[in-house]
Design a protein. Structure first.
Length: 266
């Protein structure tokens, strides 16, 4: 069986580096090349801290996608560029596997339509950690019985987007089963703006950013005389790699875009 040829966008980033190392470890994958903001024309092995690999680096995403004829693009960059990379990948017959968060609903819908038009698989997953996917699914289940819920997400202080993609997706899943309503006292007032957090259809999201954290979320449900907390912690970015591997394999069998790793887990 031929190997799945993969391009990684963002190879010098915290997640991108883990993805490059994972692809190098897997016999069924081949790192075809990388898209970086700099280092055009160099090889991955020329960059300090990156593995000893001959894969070429491009700064122009379109040239990279056209020249390398890869199967999959793994994007782990920034919200600003991921959308363009994903679109370019689909336009050039390359299946995107996207971990970058911060997509708008409109962007997701546009990419969904493009994938359908091109009949190409695409996976956009706000969280590749299997434990986090289960935490989101358990939260959706719990919300049927506990409609009052608040989400606390905690991340490292280099994170650009807030709330996290995981928190936004959790709220979206809960919204599917929870009747829309405001929580807390109807007359409550914030004496300091933002004290009650962000609001998604009455579901509050609180975002913490601190050095020392990786990626953590608690979904807290309140009922009469009881609370239920569903919690997940990623202590290391390796936690995301089995999900990236699964997505890169499964995207080859898809001809539509799926949003969320839960669609690929049995
Ligand atoms: N889905 C998931 O399971 C996870 C998703 N993430 C998301 O992945 C993204 C990356 O996270 P980190 O690795 O922590 O960030 P990071 O800041 O460490 O890495 C981002 C990398 O993208 C590169 N980059 C920026 N613009 C680029 C461009 N135009 N072309 C090529 N490379 C470009 C930067 O140079 C940097 O090396 C974030 O959106 C984050 O929320 C992070 C962890 C898990
Ligand atoms: O930026 C991160 O680190 C993470 N981003 C994703 C998100 O926004 O949910 C996934 C995970 O939480 C780590």
């Amino acid at each position: 069986m031929s190997k799945i040829k993969i391009i990684v966008a963002g190879p010098r980033g915290r997640m991108g580096l883990e993805a490059v190392k994972m692809i190098d470890r897997e016999d069924t994958f081949e790192l075809a090349g990388c898209i970086d903001r700099k280092n055009d024309g160099l090889l991955i092995k020329d960059i300090d801290g990156l593995p000893n690999l001959d894969a070429p680096i491009y700064t122009d995403a379109e040239v990279c996608l056209q020249e390398l004829q890869a199967d999959v693009l793994v994007d782990l960059t920034t919200p600003e560029f991921a959308y363009t990379h994903t679109k370019l990948a689909l336009e050039n017959g390359v299946r995107p596997v996207v971990g970058t968060t911060g997509y708008t609903k409109e962007q997701l819908e546009e990419l969904r339509e493009l994938a359908e038009e091109k009949q190409l698989g695409a996976v956009i997953a706000p969280n590749f950690a299997v434990g986090a996917v289960l935490m989101m699914q358990f939260s959706k289940w719990a919300a049927k019985h506990f409609p009052d819920v608040e989400i606390i997400e905690k991340h490292h202080d280099q994170k650009l987007d807030a709330p996290s993609g995981t928190a936004a997706k959790t709220a979206e899943l809960i919204q599917e089963v929870r009747p829309s309503h405001q929580q807390g006292h109807p007359d409550e007032k914030e004496t300091i703006e933002g004290a009650r957090g962000a609001d998604v259809d009455g579901i509050k999201i609180h975002s913490m950013r601190l050095p020392g954290l990786v990626a953590h979320q608690e979904v807290v449900f309140g009922g009469l005389g009881q609370t239920l907390t569903i919690k997940h912690d990623s202590h290391h970015r390796e936690s995301f790699m089995s999900g990236v591997k699964l997505a890169a394999e499964e995207v080859m069998k898809l001809d539509v875009l799926v949003y969320g790793l839960e669609h690929l887990l049995e």
